[in-house]
Ligand binder design. Sequence first.
Ligand code: FEO
Ligand code: CA
Ligand code: CA
Length: 631
Amino acid sequence: MKDINRRDLSADDWDELNFPRPDEQEFDRVVERALSRRGFLGGIIAFGSGAAALGAGMLKGSTALAGTARFAFDGIPAATDHTVHVPEGYDWKVLVRWGDPLFSDAAGDFDHETGGSAAKADRVFGENTDGMALFVIDGRQVIAVNHEYTNRKVNLPRAEGGTPRNAEDVEKLQKLQGVSVFELAEGPQGWQVVVDSPLNRRITHRTPMRIAGPAAGHEWMRTAADPAGTESLGTFNNCGSGRTPWGTYLTCEENFNGYFGASGGFAVEGLAAEGYRRYGISAKGWGYDYHLWDARFDVTQNPNEPHRAGWVVEIDPADPGSTPVKRTALGRFKHENAECVLAPDGRVVVYMGDDERGEFLYKFVSRDVYVPGGDTSTLLDEGQLYAARFEDDGTGRWLALTPRATGMTEAEIAIFTRIAASRVGATTMDRPEWVAVNPVAAEAYCALTNNKNRGLKTNAGGDWQRVGGPNPREANRYGQILRWRPAADDHAAERFAWDLYVMCGNPEVAEGANRGSDNITAGNMFNAPDCLVFDSAGMLWIQTDGKDSNEGPFAGQGNNQMLAGDPVTGEIRRFLTGPKGSEVTGLVWSADRRTMFVGIQHPGAPFPDGEGKLPRSSIIAIWRRDGRPVG
Ligand code: FEO
Ligand code: CA
Ligand code: CA
């Protein structure tokens, strides 16, 4: 296992390598699959042809925009090189890289021989920038941003194979992940980090957290270090993000299972044992080897510690001394992001994807309403969690995960949410990534990034991954973007209508449905949509984390990229290409919307510092040369 470079594999591929899923093939299921596939793909292709008409019909109050070009740029070609490209009339520069100081006690030239010290690893910008949000706090602009995982061979360049050699190496990895909160300001050199701002903060795998909601205090949440089950250390594998209407940051714990390992057996039974299998807790972990140097991550000694990860965590960026809160009412799974929107009656709706093959799409609806200026401290603790079920006829329903429907207690539903959703018959999805809500129309979008097991295997809970509905392609290698419109324009409603905004594909080399929907062309094709963010005008920005071989089925698609999509016409244009090996993830705008900030995660070559240097994940700033807004 150790000689495989984590950076050559997607997170899911790595998980599967370590924790293979069971195969399942039954003759009648294969027949059912073939029939529904033939029937449904006809519908998808028809949708592609009629995207403009369907879209205009769905979008409340936006028909005036149909037919007008809403793009402020010409699409750019695919690229295969080691830098960033943006359209004519735009420019970019690096805002901050892994290892750049957030505090002056970590200032000085970055050490490309060592990748920096463990002692200062939580005083610098962390590794693998991902989801982010921008806040204006007392007139200061502040970005909160996730550091998803580490690239061990890069971050520990002196450790053979990137394998931690001692507790100090583990300490460094733990401190390079989590979240950065930093102030930025625009000066003569453009946007820069405000080093030593009183709002700057690092949150890591070691930061004290409070556990709130239905799982708090449950016996499966208790450990020797925390017998009450209400306080944990660290937030893990922080992938996508969210922003509440009251100005807090939501960071989402995704592939948390990879940090745990076992020195011996697992003393877990019943639902907990089922949970270990479903969430992929394994003896070897994913190579971080924390468990060899830090007993907290050894599930032989601390079998409940993994239950304290896999949550959405709320952080107040205005108060650097505040304790982040794990909001267990939002469920425990491999959280992608947490997209917040208010229902017409003021209840808070949070849409969330669970990014693993055949897992589910969720939403939470708060019990209480949001009142501006009111107490928001428990708004995300009381409410109803739902999982989505999709029908082939373009309708769907949110299934409430209640004790009555699942046969589980509220705490069990929170801790083993995947099991609860399986019990109510939610629809297995093609890896739900980010959800984004359109600010100018009552609709939401979710990137379904890909799923090589669709139609071929069950998910980890034994639920068959049927070909059909919003997951219409067997062994789906390109991905698609799903959208839904809630009944009565109310995101709290239990019913919705859905369609596919785009089916990614390759019209140059692929056949049939793998060519993609009609809004995919040789000039804009891409695979594996991941991060989705709307701008203020209602344009959908799409970032990718896919195969960048530029060969075979992916020929002509080049490096990972960022595109903009018009929800009304369906048109999609490529705006940015990232350096080879990188994933493009995370997008925010400055308060005046004249600069966009985009994350470049795990570049393969020595971006941005050049030959002989370590590759460094970076946030870049992009602006128009004429100074006009960019979204
Ligand atoms: Fe961390 Fe699902 O992307
Ligand atoms: Ca992602
Ligand atoms: Ca990703």
